[in-house]
Design a protein. Structure first.
Length: 146
């Protein structure tokens, strides 16, 4: 699928298969959780990245960007998940597992439920309350010429 920025989300997608990200226009940041910690990978225009199956990841596309995401069509028995992590200590806050039949409707509903709940947005480990609105993605810094 071709996706246009901006996308202001803070949930992490957990896909049962690998996903390929290719940036058609502009640069984006792909956040992911590995080893219990949050990491960031900038994907520049014309670059490609493979996100391994079951790796929680959150693409952040600034306004004016276009990206191609390639993923396997889900079978009727496959599920995927959305996860939210504390932005201070990376503790898992909430998870929703679903079979996505209508991606726009189902994701929107899960995200709205999380954003509306102070209980879901409060970290039980460090006490941090996530804001009820995610930040608008900004373009990643340009690389310095070498």
């Amino acid at each position: 699928m071709v996706i246009h920025g901006p996308n202001a989300r803070r949930d992490f997608h957990v896909d049962p298969s690998d996903e390929i990200f290719y940036m058609l226009r502009g640069d984006m940041v792909l956040e992911y959780i590995e080893g219990g910690r949050r990491h960031e990978q900038v994907i520049r225009e014309g670059e490609i990245m493979l996100m391994p199956a079951l790796t929680p990841h959150a693409p952040h596309r600034p306004a004016g960007t276009w990206g191609l995401v390639i993923e396997v069509k889900r079978g009727p028995d496959q599920t995927e998940a959305l996860q939210w992590f504390c932005e201070r200590c990376d503790t898992l806050l909430h998870e929703v597992t679903m079979h996505v039949a209508d991606i726009e409707k189902q994701l929107k509903s899960a995200i709205e439920q999380f954003d509306a709940s102070v209980d879901l947005r409060t970290c039980r480990r460090c006490g941090h309350l996530q804001p009820n609105k995610p930040p608008v993605p900004q373009p990643p810094p340009k690389e310095h010429a070498r």
